[in-house]
Write a protein that binds this ligand. Structure first.
Ligand code: BJ8
Length: 430
């Protein structure tokens, strides 16, 4: 459908139509340059192109239709918000993290300038009336992870229906208890929001859907071990990004189809870049749509990205909820225990200490046959920037070179980044 066909819907959502049109135009051009210009893409990438072209159109229409049927829309900014519970009340969960500079000035009216670009972006999108996802939400769930986010939610809560979930900062028994009680509190909040009760069957179904989604991305990542790489890092990142806002059942089916195609490609020994192309792993802060700057630079410089150690990447899909425990459970509390066990494995830099992450990055780089790691921190992101030093040391011990990059969503440093990335790739090639 054309944008004109959605105009009424966007008007009803109180978007700033002129600014929104301008945003879609820039996004379309950016997507064309970064994605459609790629050689040797999989045929299944048509799904990605379609979802992206309809990101503020058809998908928002689907959300509106779901609302008309009485379903609720829940927005989130973090992989700690358990989609399994959201699905158990037949609500729709969408990710609201944003990856563009639009709205930055508006955001700086309510959050400090030295706040990371990801936070400023979701605040700015709301204040500048640019985000139909945020406007579609009945509830927005924040979480107490980094200081930037938790203080922002206080200000953001003046504009949206906000609920904040407490996330522990350590991994002792008392922290597990805290997360468990927070899952139960979130369950009660969802039941209050929807007037539904979550029973064993509903929660099992939620786990089934989310585990299937994670398994599809695990399958995709396993295929990326092949050399030549069967998919670009850009497309793999896009798949991870889309996993946060497309319908989970449709997403899983489409990604499994794409994996079938990748399997055939691997069997033929074909890929998106010649065999022997330098292989790199990206690690660090999440890259939300349309933050494709660094992958574009890296792959434009002649390397291929074979993994993303980030929440819009492996951190969100590495661990599944234990299906045996869920099958044997007779109460919702037992299933919640299985959820807590899974969510406590998340190695976000907001934890202290966060030593598992160091081993996990080295293991992932080894599994993916990466020859180097690019550690990516957003400017003003304290948790990930702090961990840069430890990650570099751990990777050096594992014999892997690392390049540390700190950047934001602006394009001002593109040339400088290109030079640094090229030099890093040359070192690897030598
Ligand atoms: S579990 S990584 S999704 S908190 S980049 S806003 S950390 S200052 S995003 Fe995250 Fe959950 Fe952790 Fe994952 Fe703060 Fe850093 Fe900004 Fe960040």
């Amino acid at each position: 459908m054309s944008n004109a066909a959605y105009k009424e819907m966007w008007e009803n959502l109180d978007l700033d139509l002129a600014a929104h049109d301008a945003l879609l135009e820039v996004l379309g051009k950016f997507y064309g340059d970064i994605y459609l210009s790629q050689q040797g893409r999989l045929q299944g990438a048509e799904y990605l192109d379609f979802v992206l072209s309809e990101v503020h159109g058809l998908r928002i229409k689907e959300l509106q239709d779901a609302k008309a049927q009485g379903r609720k829309i829940v927005g989130s900014f973090c992989v700690f918000v358990p989609e399994e519970l959201t699905l158990a009340v037949d609500a729709v969960q969408v990710g609201l993290c944003a990856g563009a500079d639009a709205g930055r000035e508006a955001a700086e009216r309510i959050v400090p300038r030295n706040t990371c670009a990801l936070i400023k972006s979701f605040v700015g999108f709301k204040l500048a009336k640019l985000c139909p996802f945020t406007e579609s939400c009945d509830l927005i769930v924040g979480e107490t992870t980094c200081d930037g986010k938790k203080k922002t939610y206080e200000a953001f809560g003046e504009y949206v229906n906000m609920y904040v979930m407490e996330v522990p900062q350590q991994k002792n028994a008392c922290d597990r208890d805290l997360l468990r009680s927070e899952m139960l509190r979130y369950k009660a909040e969802l039941e209050r929001l929807t007037g539904k009760t979550i029973g064993v069957a509903e929660l099992r179904r939620g786990v089934e859907i989310v585990n299937a989604k994670r398994k599809a991305i695990q399958r995709l990542n396993a295929l990326r071990v092949a050399d030549p790489a069967p998919i670009s890092g850009r497309d793999a990142l896009l798949i991870n990004q889309i996993s946060f806002y497309d319908d989970p059942v449709r997403f899983t089916a489409k990604i499994n189809e794409l994996c079938d195609e990748m399997e055939r490609r691997v069997a033929r020994g074909e890929g998106v870049a010649p065999k022997g192309t330098p292989r790199l792993l990206l690690a660090g802060c999440p890259m939300a749509v349309p933050n494709w700057k660094l992958p574009y630079i890296v792959e434009g410089a002649g390397a291929v990205i074979v993994g993303e150690e980030s929440c819009i990447g492996t951190r969100n899909i590495r661990d599944l909820v234990d299906e045996t425990a869920v099958a044997e459970a007779t109460t919702t509390e037992e299933i919640i225990d299985a959820l807590v066990d899974r969510y406590m494995k998340i190695d976000c830099a907001c934890f202290t200490p966060n030593t598992e992450r160091l081993g996990n990055i080295a293991a992932l780089a080894k599994d993916m046959k990466a020859q180097g790691v690019i550690h990516y921190s957003l400017l003003f992101c304290q948790p990930y920037t702090h961990e840069t030093f430890k990650v570099e040391k751990a990777l050096a011990q594992a014999g892997l070179p690392m390049l540390a990059i700190e950047t934001d969503y602006s394009m001002e440093d593109v040339e400088q980044l290109k030079t640094r990335v090229q030099a890093f790739i040359e070192t690897i090639e030598q």
